[in-house]
Structure formats: structure tokens, C-alpha cells
Write a protein that binds this ligand. Structure first.
Ligand SMILES: Cc1cc2nc3c(=O)[nH]c(=O)nc-3n(C[C@H](O)[C@H](O)[C@H](O)COP(=O)(O)OP(=O)(O)OC[C@H]3O[C@@H](n4cnc5c(N)ncnc54)[C@H](O)[C@@H]3O)c2cc1C
Ligand code: SF4
Length: 331
């Protein structure tokens, strides 16, 4: 690990000031940052530690229109929050199904949103060319083992999957993040936070180096109660998604769909909202056939590589199954 300086921020404003020094980077729970420093992928001059900031650690459900989550809230606290479990089970489940209990006890929501890809060539270092790690060096995954790589949003420079779970459930519910920086505060729809790799895969999101995610706001909707997060992975715990689906439904009295939310994880270079699949269900009842058809629409644009085509059928089934669970909860 490259030597670095360490400073503990006493306030959000203090953290922003500290981030202004060259090579400074944020540290929250450290569960991704320390790994990447040991691998010499991240080499900060200074770590600005915000994990002690109580001002970022809260779950506020006092507003009738909005669930508000502090970016410094721990994953386990939000996953286990009674209001979140009841009104947004998909958000609770996306947190519970991520990482391990020990990691969730340390890791924060902000850090989870900005975690980096698990592409093994990216993390593998020197022997492997990687445009994300070293721009212009090439991409070992394009002709390598791409079993876990993206079906959507890849480019000729990078096909790495966005690995997080929380962003998928937040995307399904039109969440917005509030960001603080030297010029003040701004809001960014979660749908616009992550960017596709194009020919600059080292750029993964729209925030600048001296901006901090301070808050996540999720509009309240009946579809939140009728929601679920289904994650399919190689083993039932402590593994990233081969594919995941966040779904939410609001049903009319006759059982037909009034509102439908579908977002896909584990398959895109960034979180994906399956809007055409959502539209396909409006006014219809959720049956085995319509749920499967929605899954097929969601995966219609998938572009498999050498070893990952099996995840298309897996994804179709995940969407269909998640819609059935959402239907039960929404009924
Ligand atoms: C073995 C293992 C398995 C895992 N499995 C999963 C999984 O299945 N699903 C899943 O979703 N995740 C998984 N993770 C990832 C884990 O959830 C993340 O490491 C964690 O959420 C990161 O949060 P943190 O607070 O520790 O962030 P840190 O490691 O402190 O920071 C991560 C990044 O976010 C930046 N950052 C942190 N907070 C902010 C903020 N408020 N504003 C702006 N930037 C910020 C940091 O500068 C850094 O770049 C796994 C991790 C490990 C080690
Ligand atoms: S897929 Fe992206 S992260 Fe993985 S080796 Fe290629 S450029 Fe690097």
C-alpha cells in the first residue's frame, strides 16, 4: 500500500475543504477503499474520513412524500429499519442481500453507490491490460473470461459490470441524491449518477473529486410496498449478482397493473431501468405469461459475449419471479 496522510472530518464543510487538496479521497466505511488501496488501484495522497459524521447518519421517514436516507447510514441499519422494510421491501432486501453482515455493519449507503467494479482483470493488476485501471492499455475481458461481464452498455473499451445492489432498488423508485461540494449543493437523479464506459471507462459517475453524497431521497409510492429485490448469484450469501431484479407494482381493484417498476442489476455497466418492460404490463394482470413476456422485453437488447449468454434466460426468469412476488405484496 502506498503511504498516505489521514484526516478525520469534523463536518461536511470541513470534508469538502480537505478534499480540495491534490490526491485527497473520501473514506466512509472503508470496505471497498482499503481493498483497492492494497491492490494499488486507489492511491490517495490523503484519506478524508467521514465515517464519524453523525450529520450523515440517519433514516428520516417523517415526510409524507419522501423517504430520506443519510449517505453515512450503515447498510445494516437501513436494511433492518422497520419503516423501510414495510414501505420499501425492495430497498431493505437489496441491502440485506449484499456482502456479509460484518461488511454491512461497516459499509455506508454513499460508499455502496460509488463502489467500483469487481472485474477480476481490473483487480488483478499488472499482468492484465485494463482501460479502467490504466487508460489506453486495453481490455483483457474482451477476449478473456467474461462470464460476469455486462450484457448491456459495454463498449470496445470496457464491459465491466456495475456490481452494487442498492442502486438497483433505488433506481426503480426514482431516487435522487443530494451532493455537497465547494459550490454548494445540487441534486442528481440516481438514473444519471453512473455513466456508461464509452471510451473513458475510468470515469464511472458524474460527481467531481470534491463532491460528497450527503443524502438519498426516495419518493413514496404505493409500488414501494408492493416491491421486492431478487438477486441470483453463485452462492446464497457473500456473492455479487449474476443478475438481479428490483420490481414494484400498484394494482387496481380488478388486479390489473396501474404502476410498474423494473430495474436490473448485475448485467449492465450501470444500473438499468427496464421501462419498455414496465409499460408492457400497464393495464394487464400479472400472470406467468405476462410476467415472462415482461422479462423477455427487459432482456431484448442484451448483447452477450463469449461466456455470459446464460444470464439472459436467468434474467428473464428473475424478472418474472420478482413480478410474481411484487404482485403478492401489492395485492
Ligand atoms: C467481500 C465483499 C463482498 C461484497 N458483496 C457485495 C454485494 O453483494 N453487493 C453490494 O452491493 N456490495 C457488495 N460489496 C461492496 C460493499 O457493499 C461496499 O464495499 C460498501 O458498500 C462500500 O461502502 P463503504 O462505506 O465501506 O465505502 P468506502 O470503501 O469507504 O468507499 C467506497 C468509495 O465510495 C466513495 N465514497 C464513500 N462515501 C461517499 C460519499 N458519501 N460521497 C461520495 N463518495 C463516497 C469513496 O471515496 C470510495 O471511492 C462487497 C464488498 C466486499 C469486500
Ligand atoms: S472490462 Fe473494464 S474493468 Fe474489466 S479489464 Fe476490461 S477495461 Fe478493465
Amino acid at each position: 500500500m502506498k503511504p498516505f496522510a489521514y484526516t478525520r472530518a469534523e463536518s461536511v464543510a470541513g470534508a469538502i475543504t480537505a478534499l480540495g487538496s491534490p490526491g485527497a479521497q473520501l473514506l466512509a466505511g472503508g470496505t471497498t477503499m482499503y481493498d483497492l488501496m492494497k491492490l494499488r488501484i486507489e492511491t490517495p495522497e490523503t484519506l478524508v474520513d467521514i465515517q464519524g459524521l453523525k450529520a450523515l447518519n440517519y433514516v428520516d421517514h417523517s415526510r409524507p412524500d419522501m423517504l430520506v436516507l443519510g449517505a453515512g447510514a450503515r447498510m445494516s441499519d437501513v436494511a433492518d429499519n422497520a419503516f423501510v422494510k414495510k414501505n420499501f421491501p425492495a430497498i431493505s432486501e437489496s441491502l440485506w442481500r449484499a456482502a456479509s453482515q460484518q461488511l454491512r455493519n461497516m459499509a455506508t449507503l454513499g460508499g455502496n453507490l460509488l463502489q467500483r467494479t469487481r472485474c477480476s482483470y481490473f483487480r488483478g493488476g499488472e499482468p492484465f491490460p485494463c482501460n479502467k485501471r490504466e487508460p489506453g492499455s486495453g481490455c483483457a475481458a474482451l477476449e478473456g473470461l467474461d462470464r460476469g461481464h455486462a450484457l448491456f452498455g459495454g463498449s470496445t473499451s470496457c464491459i465491466a459490470t456495475y456490481p452494487g445492489d442498492l442502486a438497483i432498488s433505488l433506481l426503480a423508485f426514482d431516487a435522487v441524491i443530494e451532493v455537497a461540494g465547494p459550490k454548494g449543493r445540487r441534486t442528481v437523479p440516481l438514473a444519471q449518477l453512473h455513466v456508461e464506459p464509452g471510451d473513458t471507462p475510468q470515469i464511472e459517475h458524474v460527481l467531481s473529486d470534491d463532491e460528497i453524497i450527503v443524502e438519498i431521497r426516495v419518493p413514496r409510492t404505493p409500488s414501494g410496498r408492493g416491491s421486492t429485490y431478487l438477486k441470483i448469484r453463485d452462492r446464497e450469501s457473500y456473492a455479487f449478482a449474476l443478475v438481479s431484479a428490483a420490481t414494484g407494482l400498484t394494482l387496481a381493484r380488478d388486479g390489473s397493473v396501474e404502476d410498474c417498476r423494473i430495474a436490473l442489476g448485475g448485467v449492465g455497466t450501470r444500473p438499468i431501468r427496464a421501462t419498455a418492460a414496465e409499460r408492457s404490463l400497464i393495464g394487464k394482470k400479472v400472470t406467468a405469461a405476462t410476467a415472462r413476456a415482461a422479462g423477455e422485453i427487459a432482456f431484448a437488447g442484451a448483447k452477450p459475449g463469449h461466456h455470459n449468454a446464460f444470464r439472459i434466460e436467468l434474467g428473464i426468469r428473475a424478472v418474472a419471479d420478482a413480478l410474481q412476488t411484487a404482485k403478492t405484496r401489492a395485492s
